[in-house]
Design a protein around this ligand. Sequence first.
Ligand code: ADP
Ligand code: MG
Length: 288
Amino acid sequence: MDKLLTERIEGNLDLLGLIGIKKVYAQIGKDAQKNNSSYSHYLDLLLQEEVSLKQSYRFQILLREAGFPCNKSLESFDFSYQPGLDKKRINELFELDFALKRENVIFLGPPGVGKTHLAIALGIKTCSKGMRTYFLTMDMLMKRMRQEPNQRFPRLRRYYQSPLMIIDELGYLPLNQEESNLFFQFVSHHYEKHSLIITSNKGFRDWGEIFGDKVIASAILDRLLHHSHVVNIKGSSFRLKDKLESIAEYKQTEKPEDLSRFSYTIEDNQLQPLESKRPRGRPRKVRL
Ligand code: ADP
Ligand code: MG
């Protein structure tokens, strides 16, 4: 191709920010000539290249801004460990209709059953479709809402405009009246406008206790549950999987008299020696 022509094409592609096309137009042009492709086919291939590059850039930016604490996916979720969980229903959630319909998803269950895992995986999938998502723990949300008391503040405005917000760990810390009111405002604002994904270790019956006020808790629940998918995960903690397996393996290899200290029960979400075999002094606890 003529040097001057090449310079003008590439200069204009730079000006328009069409980096994807700039990378491939020469090669696609050669292929098109060889295969006798039509001009419209050539243009189609160029545009596809540009769109897929832009989508992948946007995905990277959305991922960075979302603030996910780690990378989780549906593929890495082991359904065989949670046989009570309806796999088909979870797969349907990952089709993301809930986000298009501005519905909410609420994951309930004890610690370690995969609530945060599924919430993050759903959030990442949403970002991959180009939708802005933010991930915050309830504690972080409360801190930000106290720092920026209304939507005119830039960070809060982003949260109020985002099509999906993930609020993790509702219920771990009780809220005071001001915080409960702030959360009510937050949920009311999102109601029927945007989607929320919420994870909580507390059943709805205990939400009055979390918010310190049954009236405000039921007003929050009323709005959250109106268009929602509630996933109640009742299984055991994945965090204990390896511990329980190694305890079981150890039991098979050790003499019976040595086993008493490896008999555990789960109480108050703590792994504890069985009551009758608990050694003297402070109980041994393994944090979940
Ligand atoms: P929760 O939020 O319910 O307390 P998490 O989602 O934080 O639990 O899960 C704790 C850890 O166990 C995470 O590393 C998560 O990826 C993993 N995990 C939980 N359930 C599963 C599962 N069914 N398959 C694979 N990993 C799991
Ligand atoms: Mg969690």
